[in-house]
Design a protein around this ligand. Structure first.
Ligand SMILES: Nc1ncnc2c1ncn2[C@@H]1O[C@H](COP(=O)(O)OP(=O)(O)O)[C@@H](O)[C@H]1O
Ligand SMILES: [Mg+2]
Length: 266
């Protein structure tokens, strides 16, 4: 999987630039603020549909312009593909368009066509920072790899938001609605937990081998811990039970505090 051509137009500090990366390692050298990180950001946009530098996408549009675009020819698993990403900055709104071979596609379809892994100094926070960053890391990796993970995540996130709204509103509660939300969270959450656990387990030996090589002998062990109590070997049904148990145990506290306390998403 590789990019054979990438064109940036009115993207950050680029007017128009086309680069044809070669197979293997490509190194970009340049003075400070010349646009090296901006180029990496543009590549990331084509893989994840999102910037790893900012959540305010309007920033990506070159100052003084209305439309930024990144497009690239890439060789991916399914063959040759042309990917496009544009952001139109209007007076009040910002509109993003994702295309595959010139046809506009939905985010879920675009995501993961080209697999991109970014690593910047700030990413060390994945190790030393808050748990939410590790969840976000796993979500991004798994959403690129498995469309069904993305669907589950989207559904789960929406449900959690709805549940929080219900909790915030306070009693009297619509118990039926609560039960529906909990069931959705348990179902999707168990599937996501299992996918995360399997991902960490698969990553473990690779991370260990790389770390051993770079650190001259230090051993790295990756493990997966979940607030709902994952144990190695758990299947989806077991995880559903654990999730249900955790929700039940927290029910009183969640209602007293008016906020969901189990199953944060990122
Ligand atoms: N929307 C934008 N319009 C024009 N210039 C931008 C925009 N966003 C960032 N820049 C410029 O891009 C430059 C930083 O580029 P960057 O890729 O971070 O540099 P580096 O090569 O050091 O990694 C800065 O000069 C900054 O002002
Ligand atoms: Mg930089």
């Amino acid at each position: 999987m590789r990019i054979t051509r990438i064109t940036l137009a009115n993207c950050r500090n680029y007017g128009e630039a086309t680069i044809e990366p070669q197979a293997g390692l490509n190194v970009f050298l340049g003075r400070n603020a010349q646009g090296k990180s901006n180029l990496l950001e543009a590549i990331g946009l084509l893989g994840t549909g999102k910037s790893f530098r900012t959540s305010r996408e309007a920033e990506i549009v070159r100052d003084g312009f209305g439309l930024a675009s990144v497009s690239a020819d890439a060789i991916v698993r399914s063959g040759n593909v042309t990917l496009g990403f544009t952001i139109a900055r209007g007076e009040r709104t910002t509109r993003k368009t994702l295309t595959i071979n010139g046809r506009a596609v939905r985010y879920a379809h675009f995501l993961g066509k080209l697999r991109v892994v970014s690593f910047a100094p700030a990413d060390l926070a994945v190790i030393v920072g808050a748990p939410g960053l590790r969840r976000a890391f796993l979500n991004l990796a798994l959403a690129q790899e498995q469309p069904s993970y993305y669907t589950a995540l989207a559904m789960y996130t929406r449900t959690l938001r709805q549940k929080n709204a219900l909790l915030r509103a306070g009693p009297p509660y619509d118990e039926q609605l609560f039960a529906i939300y909990d069931r959705t969270m348990v179902e999707r959450g168990a599937r996501m937990t299992l996918a995360r656990a399997q991902y960490v387990q698969a990553l473990g030996p690779h991370a260990r081998a790389d770390h051993l090589r770079w650190s001259a002998g230090e051993e790295l062990v990756l493990g997966y811990h979940s607030a709902i109590g994952y144990e190695i070997g758990d299947d989806e049904a077991t995880l559903r039970e654990r999730f249900e148990g955790a929700l039940e145990a927290a029910r009183g506290r969640e209602r007293a505090r008016g906020v969901a306390l189990v199953g944060e998403v990122a």
